[in-house]
Design a protein. Sequence first.
Length: 52
Amino acid sequence: MAKKTVASFKDKSVSKSLTKVIRAIKSPKTGAYSFREEMVPNEKVNDFLAGK
């Protein structure tokens, strides 16, 4: 079977300084959880998790 190509970062130094962060957010109306995921620089992970 043929292997599929996977999209990647062009600059490898940038990819090492990013972290994929997933945070659960509870809806005030329904009480259901939704998830927010984002690629964040390593220095800003704590700010993202704090909701800033």
